[in-house]
Design a protein around this ligand. Structure first.
Ligand code: IPM
Ligand code: MG
Length: 361
């Protein structure tokens, strides 16, 4: 099969980790007789440097003309980088938010599982870690606080900032349907997370999720308040299968979930619209402090490429090849610095890519 992939390497460790994902994709393409054609695009800080804006209309058009988008990460050090002296809507993150919105990527899937080999990298107490966990966070990605109107003004001589959190029932329904659809293929449990004891948007969220749940009698579901969920994630992560939540709660909870897998460098993600099109990126950031040193963990990006094969290209066998290769690399004791433990073999970003590519075939 021939596929056109838009590639946004981005900033910080982005280019390094994307290179390893492409290495692995090319290996799989060679074995299975596919042809992947890559188009390099700029977004984030590198786009600001080149074009003065974090995302150009041409980049959006090129993404739309592709079968999927593979991304690294964007942004820099928020205290020191000149990108953060620009107005908020000209900063690197604004580019990512606009790209998600322009491509209609409302469903963000962030799987978080504990590999048994990484058990020792998990910061949780041993009796909790040994039970393992395998959850998928379904984060709403194009609504809520990140897209509501915002402004800062002086009110009676006092600086005042306002952000607005809005959801309509259609936005809630379509993400809830995605969550229940995927739960059917997993362990058939949805935990819908909100703050319904305080927020109107959460009360509507609950009502609509209840309605959607009625169409899925085989899926068990529950509601959980977000503060309790943050606690349950470290107390008993094994209880979760699909965690359905709105944009900001999902942003925060997915970072927490990633950390208990051992490292944020392990967490892949897929952002999907109503069609098969998607954007695939590691959940972690651009880690400017370790950029360019060939020490970042490329596994999250490599696993994101596997999600791209599975969700956008319908290549389950090829996705399995990559996921199995990652397991073999971990079982073989290969570790980047973030997941290193005693007795293991420390490897660089590019070593890890080589090893995973080797285990694909
Ligand atoms: C993420 C990131 C982004 C987000 C930032 C960079 C805008 O934290 O993908 O989780 O908040 O969505
Ligand atoms: Mg985040």
């Amino acid at each position: 099969m021939d596929k056109k992939i838009a590639v946004i390497r981005g900033d910080g460790i982005g280019p390094e980790v994307v290179n390893e994902a492409i290495k692995v994709l090319d290996k799989v393409a060679g074995i299975c007789g596919h042809r992947f054609e890559y188009t390099d695009l700029l977004m984030g800080g590198c786009s600001i440097d080149a074009y003065g804006v974090p995302l150009t209309d041409e980049t959006i058009a090129a993404c739309k003309a592709s079968d999927a988008v593979l991304m690294g990460s964007i942004g820099g050090n928020t205290s020191t980088s000149p990108w953060y002296r620009l107005p908020a809507d000209k900063r690197p993150e604004a580019g990512l938010l606009r790209l998600r919105k322009s491509l209609g990527l409302f469903a963000n899937l962030r799987p978080a599982m504990l590999y048994k080999e990484l058990y020792r990298a998990c910061p949780l107490r041993e009796d909790i870690a040994e039970k393992g966990f395998d959850m998928l966070i379904m984060r709403e990605l194009t609504g809520g606080l990140y897209f509501g109107a915002r402004h800062t003004e002086e009110v009676g001589g006092v600086m005042t900032a306002t952000d607005t959190l809005t959801y309509n029932e259609n936005e809630i329904r379509r993400i809830a349907v995605k969550a229940f659809d995927i739960a059917i293929k997993r362990r058939k449990k949805v935990t819908s997370v909100d703050k319904a004891n305080v927020l109107d948007s959460s009360r509507l969220w609950r009502k609509i999720v209840d309605e959607v749940a009625g169409d899925y009698p085989d899926v068990s579901y529950e509601h959980m308040l977000v503060d309790n969920c943050a606690m349950q994630l470290v107390k008993d992560p094994a209880q979760f299968d699909v965690v359905l939540t709105e944009n900001m709660f999902g942003d925060i909870l997915s970072d927490e979930a990633s950390m208990i897998t051992g490292s944020i460098g392990m967490l892949s993600s897929a952002s999907l619209n109503e069609t098969r099109f998607g954007l695939y990126e590691p959940s972690g950031g651009s880690a400017p402090d370790i950029a360019g040193q060939n020490i970042a963990n490329p596994i999250a990006t490599i696993l994101s490429a596997a999600m791209m094969l599975r969700f956008s290209f319908d290549m389950d066998r090829e996705a399995d090849m990559i996921e199995n290769a990652v397991s073999k690399a971990l079982a073989g004791g290969y570790r980047t610095g973030d997941i290193m433990s005693e007795g293991m073999t420390r490897c660089s970003t590019s070593d890890m890519g080589d090893i995973i590519a080797k285990f694909c075939g």
